[in-house]
Design a protein around this ligand. Sequence first.
Ligand SMILES: O=c1ccn([C@@H]2O[C@H](COP(=O)(O)OP(=O)(O)O)[C@@H](O)[C@H]2O)c(=O)[nH]1
Ligand SMILES: O=C(O)[C@@H](COP(=O)(O)O)O[C@H]1O[C@H](CO)[C@@H](O)[C@H](O)[C@H]1O
Length: 308
Amino acid sequence: MLPEVHGWLRRRTSSAGDWPVQDLVAAKGDTTVSVVLPARDERETVGEIVGVIRRELAPLVDELVVIDSRSTDDTARVAARAGARVHAQDEILPGLKPMDGKGEALWKSLAVTSGDVLVFADADIRNFRASLILGVLGPLLSDPTVMYAKGCYDRPLHGTPNGGGRVTELVARPLINLYWPELAGFIQPLAGEYAGRRSALERIPFLTGYAVELGLLIDLLELGGLDGLAQVDLGSREHAPQCTEALGMMSAQIMLAAWSRLERQGRISSVAPPATRLCQFRRGLEGHEVLIRDIGIGERPPMITVNP
Ligand SMILES: O=c1ccn([C@@H]2O[C@H](COP(=O)(O)OP(=O)(O)O)[C@@H](O)[C@H]2O)c(=O)[nH]1
Ligand SMILES: O=C(O)[C@@H](COP(=O)(O)O)O[C@H]1O[C@H](CO)[C@@H](O)[C@H](O)[C@H]1O
C-alpha cells in the first residue's frame, strides 16, 4: 500500500459511532440534506428503510427520494406509502434518451433533489438502521474539506461473516490495486452507501449500470484528490444477494468502467474497444443453453452541464 494511502487510512477513516445524531444536528446549520434510494424491485425492504429514515433522522434529512428504476413490482407504491417522494427514473429529464441501470437512477436523482449534500443507500438492505445514513453523513456535515464519504462494513452472506462483496473481492479490489492504488485504502469500494457534496457530484460524469460506483471513486479522486475522500465503518450490512450469473454481468460492467477510465487517462489505446456482450451458459435438458447479454455501459455528463 502506498505510504500516502496508509496516512489517508488513519486520517480519513472514522466509525458510525463517531457521529451521534445530536452532534450532526448541531453541525448541520443551513446545510440541506437529500437522501436518495435507488430502487428496482425492492418492495420487500424499501418501505422499512424509508420508515426508519423518517422516524429517526427527521431533524437531519430535508428530503427523502426513491428513484423507481423500472421496477416490475409495486416498489413505488410501497415507498410512497412509507413517506418517500418517488420519481420514476425514465420520467426524469424526459428530453434525454433514457439510459439504464443504477448509475442512471443516481445521476437523475441530482435533477430531482436540491440538497447541498446527497446521501445514497441501497434499497435492498435487510435490518436497516439509521447509522448507515448517519455514518456517511458525519464527515460531510463536520469537515468542509471532505467532499465524499463512503461506508464500509462486514458483508455476511449465506451464514458466513464475510462471504459478501464477491465482485469487490474478485474484480474491483484487484483493478483498483493494479491501476488506482491511491484508492486501495477503500475497504468497500463498491459500497452502495455514501454521501457527497452536490458541488462535487454535479461536476463529474456518472457511468450507468453497475459501473457507477467505481466510476465515481476514480472521477472524484481526479476532481479533488484523495484527501477530499473519506470512509466510515458502519459495522455490518446484509442485503438481498444476487446470483453468480447476475454478478458476472455486474463484473463485466465494472471492468468496462475501468477500461473507460484507463482509456480516458491515455493509459490504454482506444483502437480496439472491448466488446459489450457477455456470453454465459446454463445447463438445460439438451445440453447447455447459451445466454448472450448486453452489458454495455453509458456515461452521463456532469449534471452542471445539462440544461433541464
Ligand atoms: O437497474 C438498477 C439496478 C439496481 N438498482 C438498485 O441499486 C441498488 C443496488 O443494486 P443491487 O442490489 O442489484 O446490487 P448488489 O447490492 O446486489 O450489488 C439496489 O437498491 C437496487 O434496487 C437500481 O436502482 N437500478
Ligand atoms: O460489492 C459487491 O461485490 C457487490 C455484490 O455484493 P454481494 O457479493 O452480493 O454481497 O455489491 C456492490 O456492488 C454494486 C456495484 O458497484 C453496488 O451497486 C452495490 O451497492 C454493492 O452492494
